[in-house]
Design a protein around this ligand. Structure first.
Ligand code: TPP
Length: 291
């Protein structure tokens, strides 16, 4: 069924993305740095999934009726945990413990963090795991869907294509992959390191239904995911075209900002650029971060 989304809702979620981006920038910097680029490129995608698309219950993360989410690009945990905290999976104060010894909130996702279905960080595994969950749900006759967010550079891993081939072969239509297509991997351009184009055609050739959207335009992302599966009896692939480091000018499209920590001067610039007006998120209150 096609979900109708009002312009007001699109605007609300776009505003929420701004606040989450602000939170990610501050929290990652204040806790010692991390994967800024990878985290900032997926903000709108996660906002759409967690606030509009997926059936979830943060108070009961293991609710049997939930949709599943696997962050296959697990190095972007600095961008994922604030979403889970803000959504209510855990106390936002835990965000200050990012990457500290004993914390549930590490540089990569772990099962210690509420809302994480599968620990990730070693690239190339998330889609196979998601496919397994999706097949299991189908065997049990359940309506739950499985969403997997992968990086574009991650597709250098052969295991990704095994899962793509198998899911297409079996027509696993409760599996939805979102590709964070920022055209950069850790150390350079995907098209120079290992060419991916024509990417949509590659997925289609394995019997997936594919759409390409602007991954920073909330309306495009929401519309792209409004009807699932995209086609009956096929898995769906949303290629979300994004900008690595989106929102911080000196990070945008710069492979070196895959991971790092800012100088005081850079932090000042970033703070200005991710500023927003209006009410703060719960996490901002807990962490004492200004709007
Ligand atoms: C199996 C494996 N090989 C290498 C790495 C090191 N690594 C971490 S992130 C990254 C690049 C990922 O690029 P992409 O999938 O495009 O994600 P992005 O950060 O651009 O969103 C690499 C190579 C890893 N985590 N796992």
């Amino acid at each position: 069924m096609q979900k109708t989304i009002t312009q007001q809702r699109v605007d609300e979620l776009a505003e929420l993305s701004k606040k989450l981006r602000h939170l990610i920038v501050h929290n990652t910097q204040l806790t010692g740095g991390g994967h800024f680029g990878a985290s900032l490129s997926m903000v709108e995608i996660l906002t759409a999934l967690y606030w509009e698309v997926m059936n979830i219950d943060p108070e009961n993360p293991k609710w049997a009726g939930r949709d599943y989410f696997v962050l296959s690009k697990g190095h972007a945990c600095a961008g994922f945990a604030p979403v889970l905290a803000e959504k209510g999976f855990f106390d936002p104060r835990l965000l200050t413990t990012f990457n500290q010894l004993g914390s549930c909130f590490g540089m990569h996702t772990t099962l210690k963090m509420a809302g994480v279905e599968h620990p990730t960080g070693s690239l190339g595994h998330g889609l196979s795991v998601g496919l397994g969950i999706a097949l299991g749900l189908k065997l049990d006759g359940k309506p739950n869907r499985v969403f997997v967010l992968i990086g574009d550079g991650e597709q250098q891993e052969g295991s990704v294509w095994e899962a793509v081939m198998a899911a297409g072969n079996w027509g696993v239509d409760n599996l939805i992959t979102i590709v964070d297509r920022n055209f950069l991997s850790q150390d350079g351009e995907t098209e120079k390191l290992m060419r991916l184009e024509p990417l949509a055609d590659k997925w289609r050739s394995f019997n997936w239904s594919v759409k390409t959207v602007d991954g920073h335009d909330m309306g495009s992302v929401l519309n792209g995911l409004a009807r699932l599966p995209f086609e009956p009896d096929k898995p769906s692939c949303l290629i979300a075209e994004t900008v690595k480091g989106k929102g911080v000018s000196f990070m945008e499209n710069q492979p070196k900002w895959h991971y790092g920590i800012m100088t005081d001067e850079q932090y000042e610039t970033a703070t200005r650029e991710v500023q927003f007006d209006g009410a703060r998120l719960r996490s901002h209150e807990c962490l004492g971060i200004e709007a």
